[in-house]
Write a protein that binds this ligand. Structure first.
Ligand SMILES: [Zn+2]
Length: 252
């Protein structure tokens, strides 16, 4: 029955099962293919660099989405990455309990935008924290296919990214928004005209740390926010009196 013919009665509808052979080739794109080839042949993660903003992308991509420029330079990652975030998976996608829980992490690399989501070596995933340094462990060359599964897992190297305070310390590319945020707070305090008094010296330490992109201690962070609150109150009070004064003066 032609597909456009209207069925008057339900029993006229028929169905049969068969299969339609389809053949297709999937292309990962120019940069995607280079990334996969590097993975397969050299056991390396390939990044691409934007000639203008110098951003390094992982996996390698053909264009910089910010500058709309072709990424001409391709660089393989040599050093270890670090755990940016992780979770422990206890069940499969059908909610069946796994024999062994799997630790899955977002792995990032210093100075590189993007990252890889992959498993952590089950034999050494205990004690994993944010910032734990990890290295990819590849399958043997002859069984690699150019897929991310060519990496068996990432194995902790025993080091922690950024030293002891790894959780709080993030690479500069990530730290920038935080720095900007803190700098804005400092600017706000400065612009408010709030008289700092004894807090001046503490604030100047904080100011310098922010300038150097160093992480603030919990006490410093809390002090900064306390000062910001007070400065805001001060500014509001100043503004209110400035707004009301002329009126009062005129009425007087
Ligand atoms: Zn760019």
């Amino acid at each position: 029955m032609p597909i456009l013919e209207r069925i008057e009665q339900q029993i006229q509808a028929r169905h049969w099962t068969d299969s339609i052979p389809l053949e297709y080739h999937y292309t990962a794109g120019v940069a995607g293919e280079e990334f996969r080839r590097e993975l397969k042949e050299n056991g390396k993660l390939l990044t691409s660099k934007c000639p203008k903003c110098k951003t390094n992308y992982l996996p390698a991509r053909m264009f910089c989405p910010t500058c709309f420029l072709e990424t001409t330079e391709k660089v393989s990652i040599t050093g270890s990455g670090y755990v940016y975030s992780f979770t422990i998976v206890a069940g499969d996608k059908s909610a069946n309990k796994l024999a062994e829980p799997t630790t899955v992490a977002m792995i990032k690399f210093e100075g590189v935008k993007g990252g890889i989501i992959h498993k952590i070596d089950p034999a050494s995933s205990a004690g994993l924290t944010l910032g734990t340094k990890v290295e990819p462990v590849f399958r043997e060359r002859k069984v690699r296919t150019g897929a991310l599964a060519d990496i068996l897992f990432f194995r902790p190297t025993g080091a922690v990214h950024g030293g002891r305070h790894s959780v709080a310390k993030v690479p500069s590319s990530q730290a920038e928004p935080e720095k900007t945020h803190l700098q804005n707070l400092i600017d706000m305090v400065d612009e408010s005209g709030y008289p700092l008094g004894e807090e001046e010296s503490d604030l100047s330490v904080i100011r310098e740390k922010i300038g150097r992109n160093e992480h603030l201690s919990r006490e410093e962070d809390s002090l900064l926010h306390k000062i910001v609150d007070r400065a805001r109150e001060w500014h509001r009070a100043e503004k209110t009196s400035a707004d009301t004064e002329p009126e009062n003066t005129m009425s007087g």
